[in-house]
Design a protein around this ligand. Structure first.
Ligand SMILES: [Zn+2]
Length: 391
């Protein structure tokens, strides 16, 4: 799919921030190309480029294309050495990763933990790991930090809200802990939403991402933007009511989707067979354990039925299954066939249903993108330039 970003940006490319955005999203342009595409006067353009150069946000690179017998220098976004620290928290493990700002993951470590412990006991070890991972890089600048949690997050404040998974945490526990260690921009996001963004393959697609791990989370990206809903609860599908007299859910009601299809519900039903973790269930599925396969089939069937409604409402290009259970091929395949069986042809047409990246790759990738978007947003750059000029 072609992303037609350049033409839509041209008329807005008047401020320093918009100019940088144009340079960053196009991969670099010559001064002539910038003049032609923005319609700015030479004097204004050069003044803005000078300000961006002084702030170390752009650099001039020799272009390989010679024009009219002489080489023209391309103005590029200064991404060299800039890194993002991402901390993806799951209910039973966490991954800490240093990536460059184009999303290439450089150094990473995954550790086991229990998210229902007090916030300092969960967060301080991860902050130590982050410090160690950052310490091993040379010539790097920390651009910002992204943290994902398996709980609803208020995107405006970065506060963790109404979490049944981590009820003891103060809403600002993540922000407070991380900002006391690093004075850089911080993004806190729900894990499935970060994962949804990370699984998008273009800037303009519509993706539904469902993380099936200990719990069930869902992130929806419409035309490249995370769908949040009127008060941030969009995609909280784990508590869709799917059976009148089903098992009791952690939310206090009966028959929620999570009680049929989450990893913790599978553990409840398989622990009598000695399977007490998601890894053990995944390994047993690979080995063809018949009871495990039967439970996964039934969990996938219920989930697929619920997702058929979601998919019909949103009409995505891609439905991606993530998390330790969601990425089991047997499980993902059965979710896929149930969804495709339950939706009309117009919705199924062109819909790709697949298992996504394993581990926390999607969430890490999404967090890195969110940090980059925040730090290099046109408004943020304009403010930075003004502050720089005043000081
Ligand atoms: Zn529930």
């Amino acid at each position: 799919m072609t992303i037609e970003r350049v033409p839509t940006r041209l008329t807005g490319a008047t401020s320093h921030g918009h100019l940088l955005d144009l340079i960053r999203t196009t991969g670099g342009m010559t001064r002539q190309q910038l003049l032609a595409s923005t319609g700015m006067s030479r004097a204004t353009l050069y003044e803005r480029l000078e300000a961006l150069l002084r702030r170390n946000l752009i650099y001039e690179a020799e272009s390989m294309e010679a024009t009219g017998g002489r080489r023209s220098r391309k103005i590029r976004f200064e991404d060299r050495g800039r890194v993002v620290l991402a901390i993806a928290l799951g209910q039973t493990h966490a991954t800490v990763t240093v990536s460059d700002i184009n999303g290439r993951q450089l150094r990473s470590r995954t550790v086991q933990h229990r998210i229902n412990a007090p916030a300092p006991a969960v967060l301080q070890p991860l902050i130590r790991i982050g410090t160690e991972l950052l310490g091993t890089g040379t010539g790097e600048t920390l651009t910002g930090i992204g943290v994902s949690v398996p709980a609803p997050v208020d995107a405006g404040t970065g506060h963790v809200a109404h979490a049944t998974t981590i009820p003891e945490w103060e809403p600002d526990a993540v922000l407070t802990s991380v900002s006391s260690q690093w004075q850089v921009p911080i993004v806190v996001e729900n894990d499935a939403r970060a994962g949804a963004l990370g699984e998008c393959t273009t800037d303009s697609e519509t993706t539904v991402y469902v993380k099936v791990a200990t719990g069930i989370g869902c992130g929806i990206v419409v035309d490249g933007t995370i769908l949040r809903g009127s008060h941030g609860a969009a995609g909280d599908i784990g508590h869709i009511h799917v059976a009148t007299d089903g098992p009791l859910c952690r939310c206090g009601r009966r028959g929620c989707l999570a009680t049929f299809s989450s990893g913790s519900s599978l553990i409840d039903r398989l622990s009598s067979q000695g399977l007490t973790s998601l890894d053990e269930i995944a390994r047993a599925a690979e080995q063809g354990h018949p009871d495990v396969k039967a439970q996964l089939l039934s969990a996938a069937d219920v989930l697929g039925g619920a997702l058929a409604a979601t998919v019909t409402t949103v009409n995505p290009n891609r439905l991606v299954l993530g998390g330790r259970i969601g990425t089991i091929p047997y499980f993902a395949e059965h979710v896929r066939s149930r969804v495709l069986q339950d939706v009309v042809e117009r919705i199924a047409e062109g819909l790709v249903v697949i298992a996504g990246a394993t581990g926390d790759h999607a969430a890490i990738d999404g967090l890195t993108q969110l940090v980059t978007r925040k730090v290099f947003a046109p408004d943020a750059i304009d403010t930075l330039i003004i502050d720089y000029a005043l000081n």
